[in-house]
Design a protein around this ligand. Sequence first.
Ligand code: MSP
Length: 516
Amino acid sequence: MKKFYISTPIYYSSGKPHIGHAYTTILADVISRYKKIIGYDTFFITGMDEHGQKIETIAKRENISCQELVDKNSLIFEKLWKDLQVEPNFFIRTTNEKHKKFVQEKFSTLYSKKFIYLDNWVSLYCIQCEEDIVDKKVVIKDDKKYCEHGHEIISRSEESYFLKTTEFKEWIINVLDNQEIVIDPTSRVLELKNNFLNDEFRDLSISRNNLNWGVEIKEDKNHKIYVWLDALLNYISGLSICNDSFVDKYWNDDKTEIVHLLSKEITRFHCIYWPIILKMLNYRLPSKIISHGWIITSQGKMSKSIGNVVDPFELINKFGSDSIRYYLMKEISMINDSTFSEDLLVTTHNADLCNNFGNIINRTLGLINKYSNETIPKYSRTENNDLVSFENTIIDFTSKIEKTINTLDVNLIVKEINILENNINSFIEINKPWNLFKENKIDDLMYFLSLLSNSVKILIFYISPILVSKSKEAWEQFGFPKDLFTIIEINKFDSIDNIKVNNSKILFERIEKNEN
Ligand code: MSP
């Protein structure tokens, strides 16, 4: 069986989740579900990045322990994934004892291989971003120094362990140039080379000696491991925590397709440092890194001070998870920044889900009830060219959609599903079953209803990774058995012969736009 492993970044436990975190995680869930329905053995991981100075500062401010803080926030993230029907195979937390041990072991390996050395570290550092800020990127305002995201930065001088990343500079440039890891969109490669793999590229500082809340270095108890080394290793530690054989199965096997999903601000860590760490540790490289754009709002980037942070819990209460999932997968570009719009979410819900998808289900069930005694007729071809040509349209769709799924371009998958829906609607309008009935063309009418039911079966199957709960409801309304829900069965036109359909119920209620 073909194997597929997908990850999201592990999110900082310092705050609450917003729509951006929800977007990446839903996207990973959707892609993983798509791969699964076309026959892959998939593993999907997400989780929490729970160490670092930011956590320490916030815990102190809230007068609770760091562990209490990360426990509290991790529960909120986990609840969000449950409410959004995101179902990871594993939810990793970097405070997990086995993860910490894994990180310490890998540090020791790198140390014994002499990829690590101790030196003095002088730098400008952003605590919010947990990263060094090179001189070029420092923004000076009113005599204070800020990073490009507007956080105040500090200067630090301390002893630190360093990873000899500079030794691998040419190697990583080659990896990126030769697409040994496919970076999507490819334009990010040039950005990485211009902005980071330049004369200012330095060895990476990988320890802190003024931090309490972090993984201790066994070789030197005065130091804690830098959050990014700790965090990146989750992609492999998570597999090993889950099952002893999963590192071999989902990582070490060259045939596994490994995909990291993240957005542009942390591309550097995933596309430069992570591959170098893997190389040093003799691990294979991921197949693809998808670095999507940001969700912004009409007032610009989301920020607490502007008060424009979009809360996914509020959206779930208003619109339900399927509508949010569908809106995000259709309207948020996987490449460029996109503006979040609640107005567009409502429009998409009404137009695509009520008037189109929901209506197709309702209409088809209505036609079966009216003309075929609530039973899907037996699949039997007639000479009617319009009907035969629609059968070919459906076959074309199923062969094409599998290729599109393998590109992992969810925007494109939704487009193809929308085309299928349009074709189904035109099929009804052009062939007018009510006329076939009037003209007593019963064989054509039965063939029409069989094709229509098959096309809807295929539509429900291929929309199911996005509309997780409504697709189940639709499947049940048709009375389709569960074991038909496989890529092999879905392509057989006679597999739903004589199935008695259930009553149709409205799948999506219209939402009135809030005019305020
Ligand atoms: N903890 C690090 C990642 C370590 S991974 C080894 C981190 N955490 S984070 O909480 O800041 O999450 C960053 C990720 O959240 C982004 O890479 C992206 O996937 C998602 N998003 C955060 N804000 C976003 C938007 N405004 N829009 C879209 N996705 C965004 O960085």
